[in-house]
Unconditional design. Structure first.
Length: 267
């Protein structure tokens, strides 16, 4: 993938990019997301079923489908972040970043010296990007996107310090955890007004700092809101939800053809 078409260039241009979200460890599903037209697909290694090996296969499947490759790591697993970019991830999202020190350690783990501490072995990443190793080295630090998740009151308090990290490319808001923190654990309200106001302020500060703002959205109307707030990497559409809702819809379509007195289709 060339510099002109990299995910980083698209995000920094201000063009919104929608990413599918994958929690089911099935590389064919990620390829289907890409072939369906999603510009990017995110692999969730925090709350999803992915391990490193399946994630490697899924990154290749996303590339085969023609989409950009994103991964979310488990909390604090910067070593895994480095391995995932070696295997072709173009963007890494790190959850629960609550301080400048945590942001620095994460961002530097996926940048080469002198910007960071990433070790050299990007042969799979270069192949998936259509580059030689030398070409990859010349563009890697600008093309690999590091996003720190803002999900807590502690992170909001430290946001200016986090955004001051030069190695960090941007933030990614987790509205569910953010709402839990805002309510001090009393309620889960990712679509509520208080959460929306906090998200808008995070996006504003991120834009003012010249960095990329991303967010997880649970509905189409929240995508519209996110775009208006200035978010540019926007997640909408989860494989687990698609499979569950699709199965329910398929059964609903055939219920009229079975006995009205049978709730279990005759079994």
């Amino acid at each position: 993938m060339t510099e002109a078409t990299s995910l980083a260039v698209k995000l920094r241009s201000g063009k919104p990019v929608i990413t599918a979200w994958s929690v089911l460890a099935a590389p064919m599903l990620t390829e289907m997301f890409a072939r369906a037209g999603y510009p990017a697909v995110t692999l969730d290694l925090q709350h999803g079923m992915y391990d490193f090996g399946v994630a490697c296969d899924a990154l290749a499947a996303i590339a085969l489908g023609g989409a950009h490759r994103i991964a979310r790591i488990p909390v604090g697993d910067n070593a895994l972040a480095g391995r995932l970019v070696d295997m072709g991830a173009e963007c890494v999202i790190a959850p629960m970043i609550n301080s400048r020190t945590e942001a620095v350690d994460f961002a530097r783990s996926i940048k080469y010296p002198p910007v960071g501490d990433r070790s050299w072995s990007p042969y799979r990443a270069a192949a998936l990007s259509g580059q030689s190793s030398d070409e990859y080295l010349q563009t890697a630090n600008s093309n690999i996107v590091s996003l720190a998740m803002i999900e807590t009151l502690e992170a909001i308090d430290a946001l200016d310090d986090i955004l001051s990290v030069s190695e960090l490319d941007g933030i990614f808001v987790g509205p569910s955890d953010l709402s839990l923190s805002l309510s001090k654990g009393a309620s889960l309200d990712p679509n509520g007004d208080e959460t929306a106001d906090a998200c808008a302020e995070i996006a504003r500060k991120t834009r003012d700092a010249g960095k990329v703002a991303g967010i997880f959205c649970l509905s189409a109307d929240k995508v519209e809101e996110a775009v208006d707030q200035g978010f540019r990497l926007i997640s909408h559409g989860i494989d687990r939800t698609f499979v569950g809702e699709g199965a329910s819809a398929a059964l609903d379509e055939v219920r009229k053809y079975v006995s009205a007195s049978s709730d279990d289709f005759g079994y």
